[in-house]
Design a protein around this ligand. Structure first.
Ligand SMILES: Cc1cc2nc3c(=O)[nH]c(=O)nc-3n(C[C@H](O)[C@H](O)[C@H](O)COP(=O)(O)O)c2cc1C
Length: 186
């Protein structure tokens, strides 16, 4: 297990191929405890974490996301849909959905911080992850209420972001970095 935070930050990648093996309960507990430790504006903790290990529900969510995405012009959907084998969750054994009330100005930021904490907590345990925005499409059509209920979203919560977790089966180099996007003003 890696413990150095700077090493964890540098070694994390988005993984898009997973072994079918499920996380242990101890691994999941550690990830969720890390999520709950996230900072939030005014400590409002606006998030709700829906942990899904039901592959049939994940497939239903994928089908609905794909249905909505494929109904749009090709230029208005992710090029990932060009691959007929594409599944928005990459068949990961665990996916966590973060939802929050939309009237909270900082909810998106808070959930962004929490989902990154989840990614690092996974990395620290030798697991892989990928943060997922594309499942949002599943909540843009007529199945929204049914899917929000299936995910136990609290009343008034909407999908913010998801993260897939599992044992990675792929490897890739770190993404390009752009230090020119930094100014140090002294
Ligand atoms: C808010 C957000 C949404 C993302 N949504 C998706 C997604 O739906 N599907 C996907 O494969 N990757 C998604 N990603 C992963 C990015 O593509 C990835 O972080 C980026 O390409 C950099 O690669 P790295 O994570 O390996 O450093 C998302 C990342 C973020 C931060």
């Amino acid at each position: 297990m890696q413990h150095n935070t700077l090493d964890l930050i540098q070694s994390r990648r988005s993984h898009r191929k997973y072994k079918p093996d499920q996380l242990t309960q101890a691994q999941l507990d550690a990830i969720l405890d890390a999520a709950l430790a996230s900072p939030s504006a005014n400590n409002r903790q606006p998030w709700y974490f829906s942990v899904v290990q039901d592959s049939a529900l994940l497939d239903r969510l994928h089908q609905e996301a794909a249905r909505m995405a494929l109904a749009r012009e090709p230029s208005q959907r992710s090029p990932r849909y060009r691959d007929p084998a594409f599944q928005v969750f990459y068949h990961a054994p665990t996916v966590i959905f973060l939802s929050a009330p939309q009237d909270n100005h900082y909810a998106m930021v808070d959930c962004g911080i929490a989902v990154y904490g989840i990614a690092l907590a996974a990395e620290a345990q030798g697991l892989g992850s990928v943060i997922l925005g594309l499942p949002r499409d599943a909540f843009s059509g007529s199945a929204r209420e049914e899917l929000e209920r299936a995910l136990h979203f609290p009343e008034g919560h909407q999908f913010v972001i998801a993260i897939a977790l599992g044992y990675p089966e792929d490897d890739k180099p770190a993404h390009d970095k752009h230090p020119e996007k930094i100014s140090i003003i002294r």
